[in-house]
Design a protein around this ligand. Structure first.
Ligand code: ADP
Length: 467
């Protein structure tokens, strides 16, 4: 089966969050099963594109108010485990960022160029798999735009990694979409705007979300798309994300200060913790709590300053925070450094290597998320022997069970300061029960969250669409 994943992000080429991790791993595992799975993404101006060489496989021109030239590039030497195609539109996509305020035109151009290339391929795709709203107009264009008539019978799948962001834009820009029968314009619309995510839900052959529980939650809270998702529920299914267990393996992860396996976890985690605590002036003798992520409301980031402060006053823990986002949250968190020296520190920004070290060094990872479509951090934490403390939402509910309920993590019921603070209190008691804590660590490192079974679940879904 010839599968094309189309996405704005793909690790290690360009990653902002979980979308990049998923698109960088899923095709690799699908190829392992024996399918032919490739990735199409924008050619950004970043470290990866600057340090690799590419060859051109196609050139074209499309209209987006005026003509734009583009190339489809592929890697000269590819060790990624899947074919990679980069859409190079110098005037739209060749930027040192992934997202910006001009994304309507940037990603419209990306989608049009992608289809201009796919439609003329001798070997037609068997499946076109779109990810999030940046590629959400592809199912509409494939089924309705005259230029892509040849792709009309190719099945499309859209995966919702985050339903909060939908890519809305005004109907004034409808002329930018390659010509189609105007009586079908309703397929683009949701609440008087062109809504790429809504359009994808209407037009794709199947809709998936990144965990079963998130699929259910979206029917009641989907930033305005609840009714649509309920109406289309017959073609919707939740498939839990996996993790790339080659990239995220404490035994081989070359980001770590010291590698470790189940047998060497005590000394391995200790070495990483000592390095991190020295680097950030934290007490390494105390249980180390961590947060890694975007500082936004969805992640419950606004709760962190107070949750951390409530816990830090007891002076019985250390906390490291790695993230960036809302500037007022950044500021409040940064202030904690001065109030609790030796017990709290942070790195405001994005740092892939440091994230790996933090997963390895920490004893607990906190995720007081309000919305969590799947959440990868808790799965990385488990693999690195770090106990997740999570609010019971979305994929967190699917992947973490409470240690007092025959489980292995800490669950709280509600994204509130009280729930988050009490969960940390429970975690410290758990940590102090050394035998139980040690046994639990061995247990969580053995949990298999690799992509093997979910990659197969996607293949089964595609098979159900191929006539
Ligand atoms: P999101 O909603 O942000 O996509 P996920 O849990 O699905 O959340 O994925 C988050 C990914 O981004 C993880 O790989 C996590 O380690 C990484 N990440 C988030 N913030 C940072 C940061 N500041 N530095 C390094 N990695 C980060």
């Amino acid at each position: 089966m010839n599968i094309y994943h189309i996405s704005a992000e793909c690790y290690p080429i360009a990653k902002v969050g979980g979308l990049g991790d998923v698109v960088g791993a899923l095709p690799k595992y699908q190829n392992k099963i024996g399918e032919t799975s490739s990735v199409i993404m924008p050619f950004y101006n970043n470290k990866f594109t600057q340090s690799h060489t590419f060859k051109r496989v196609f050139s074209g021109r499309f209209n987006l108010g005026r003509p734009f030239g583009f190339d489809i590039l592929t890697l000269e030497d590819n060790t990624l485990g899947y074919d990679l195609y980069l859409v190079h539109i110098p005037e739209l996509l060749y930027t040192d960022y992934v997202y910006s305020s001009n994304d309507t035109n940037r990603f419209l151009g990306f989608q049009i160029a992608t289809l201009d290339w796919l439609v003329q391929l001798e070997k037609k795709p068997d499946i076109v798999h779109c990810h999030d709203h940046h590629t959400g107009l592809i199912p509409f264009m494939m089924s309705q735009s005259y230029a892509y008539h040849k792709l009309r019978t190719t099945p499309t799948v859209v995966t919702i990694h985050n339903g909060q962001y939908q890519g809305w834009f005004s109907h004034n820009k409808i002329h930018l979409i390659p010509p189609f029968d105007f009586s079908k314009a309703g397929l683009l619309d949701w609440k008087h705007l062109i809504n790429p995510l809504a359009s994808a839900i209407k037009c794709a052959w199947k809709v998936t979300t990144v965990s079963p529980n998130y699929m259910e939650e979206l029917k009641y809270a989907a930033n305005g798309l609840e009714d649509l998702l309920r109406y289309e529920s017959g073609k919707c299914v939740g498939i839990l994300n996996g993790i790339d267990d080659k990239v995220w393996d404490p035994a081989t992860d070359d980001n770590l200060i010291q590698n470790y396996s189940l047998k060497t976890v005590v000394s391995g985690k200790k070495a990483n913790k000592q390095w991190l605590c020295k680097e950030f002036n934290l007490n390494p003798e105390l249980p180390l709590f961590a947060f890694i992520g975007r500082l936004v409301g969805e992640k419950g980031a606004d709760l962190l300053p107070q949750i951390f402060h409530n816990s830090l006053v007891h002076k019985n823990l250390s906390i490291i925070m790695l993230g960036s986002g809302d500037s007022s949250v950044e500021h409040q968190l940064d202030q904690l450094k001065y109030q609790h020296p030796g017990h709290y520190n942070n790195y405001i920004g994005y740092n892939e290597r440091l994230a790996h070290i933090v997963y390895a060094a920490a004893d607990f990872l906190v995720m007081p998320s309000r919305v969590e479509p799947c959440g990868l951090n808790q799965m990385y934490a488990l693999r690195y022997g770090t106990v997740p403390i999570v609010n019971k939402v979305g994929g967190l509910k699917d992947t973490v069970q409470d240690f007092d309920d025959n489980g292995f993590g800490i669950l709280h019921d509600g994204a509130t300061v009280h729930e988050g603070s009490f969960a940390i209190h429970r975690a410290i008691n758990f940590y102090n029960d050394a035998d139980r804590f040690k046994k639990n660590r061995n247990l969580i490192m053995k949990i298999d969250h690799s992509w093997d079974s979910s990659a197969q679940a996607y293949i089964n879904l595609y098979n159900s669409l191929i006539l």
